[in-house]
Design a protein around this ligand. Structure first.
Ligand code: 5RP
Length: 219
């Protein structure tokens, strides 16, 4: 069941898309709604839209909806549309509920403008959910010890439909790291410290500097 809030946020973001645009395409259910709505515009208005997706999920959803798939070698997205799991009052975000945060952060950083689309349930005063961290499987034990030294409670993510750990689209593990409540002024430093551990590929903290606009859909 999809929330109306997600639909309304996606619909708002759709207005930003122009003919010939190169889009960075995040992942998740809100992004999928956005792609379905974009597909309607592509079919009805004959728009040509190019996209750089950040997961298999959004890759196939983009193709189904007539978006022409390109990559970062020759193209720089004008606009990146993505969802988030939590958004604080200063526009810092936590992403990676779907385990796609590495490619999502690369594409966001490569894009001229980043718009995050969420329903109201994602809004919080301060970030507090566990931060997803993508880890090279070989380095898992070491990285876990280092994250614990940083003060996090660490859980290796397990999914459904397969026994054992979740494996990302890049072939890595995800550990969810509970640092408690995150203050705005600490977020940039925590993001950097996590990434400085050898074996960490990327983490789901998106400091406000990466984000240009948050579109909140109300139900
Ligand atoms: C995937 C993400 C998603 O953008 C995030 O989990 C939000 O998903 P949804 O739109 O399904 O609520 O970061 O890695």
């Amino acid at each position: 069941m999809v929330s109306n809030g997600k639909y309304n946020a996606a619909k708002l973001a759709l207005k930003l898309v122009k003919d010939g645009m190169v889009l960075g395409i995040g992942s998740g259910t809100t992004v999928e709604i956005f792609l379905n709505l974009l597909g309607e515009r592509i079919r009805e208005e004959g728009l040509v839209v190019y996209g750089i997706p950040t997961s298999y999920q959004s890759y196939y959803a983009a193709i189904r909806n007539g978006v022409k798939i390109i990559d970062l070698v020759e193209h720089e997205p004008e606009l990146c549309i993505d969802g988030a799991d939590q958004v604080d009052a200063k526009m810092n975000c936590i992403k990676g509920g779907g385990g796609a945060m590495t490619r999502e952060k690369i594409v966001a950083k490569a894009s001229k403008k980043v718009v995050i689309i969420v329903d109201e349930s994602k809004l919080v005063e301060r970030l507090s959910m566990p931060v997803p961290v993508e880890v090279l499987p070989f380095a898992y034990g070491y990285v876990e010890r280092k994250l614990k030294e940083m003060g996090a409670e660490v859980k290796l993510r397990h999914g459904s439909g397969k026994i054992g750990p979740v494996v990302t689209d890049n072939g890595n593990f995800v550990v969810d790291c509970d640092f408690g409540v995150l203050e705005d002024e600490d977020i940039g430093m925590i993001e950097e410290n996590i990434n400085s551990i050898s074996g960490v590929v990327e983490n789901g903290l998106f400091p406000k500097l990466i984000v240009d606009e948050i579109m909140v859909g109300k139900s």
